[in-house]
Design a protein around this ligand. Structure first.
Ligand SMILES: [Zn+2]
Ligand SMILES: [Zn+2]
Length: 168
């Protein structure tokens, strides 16, 4: 994922990269091919890069444990400065290039930002019902018996009240 910056004219340039995830050093949950759109704006000795990447991912649902495929969109911006790096500056979104640098390689940043964009919560669908905590049945597929018989202890006082009301 290399962009040549020597002889790059002032203004905005677009680049598209398509490759297998292994080429940027990613493994599961990433799989197959990814596609990146990189927009690079050059202004004097400053380059502003904006990268959007679409990945295929294979997750395991946090609730029901089923494997499912999904898309992951990863996006980041990076400013490249052809300057001496100030000793006391530390920024994740600024990269200092030497005056003689003739290319930038997006590979490492694409990988890092992809890893950061993996969500904590992975659900096969928003309303996944998960597994029965007693019998392990997949409640997306079936309604098990224990679900009806067993009442969450937190609801017991409320159910007792309901029983009393029903007696009248
Ligand atoms: Zn699920
Ligand atoms: Zn059950």
């Amino acid at each position: 994922m290399i962009i040549k910056i020597s002889n790059l004219s002032e203004g905005t340039h677009e680049f598209i990269f398509e490759d297998g995830v292994e080429s940027v050093g990613l493994e599961q949950p990433f799989f197959g091919k990814f596609k990146s759109l990189a927009v690079l704006s050059k202004l004097h000795d400053q380059l502003i890069l904006s990268v959007k990447t679409k990945f295929n991912v294979k997750y395991q649902c946090n609730r029901c444990g089923a494997d499912f495929d999904s898309m992951l969109n990863s996006e980041y911006q990076m400013v490249y400065l052809q300057n001496e790096k100030p000793a006391d500056t530390e920024s994740d979104n600024i990269t200092y290039l030497s005056r003689t640098a003739d290319k930038i390689d997006l590979k490492d940043d694409v990988r890092e930002f992809a890893l950061l964009s993996i969500p904590m919560k992975k659900l096969c669908k928003e309303d996944c019902k998960g597994l029965c905590y007693k019998c392990g049945a997949d409640l997306n597929k079936e309604q098990c018996k224990c679900n009806k018989d067993e009442i969450d202890p937190r609801w017991k006082p409320l159910m007792n009240l309901k029983d009393k009301l029903n007696f009248n």
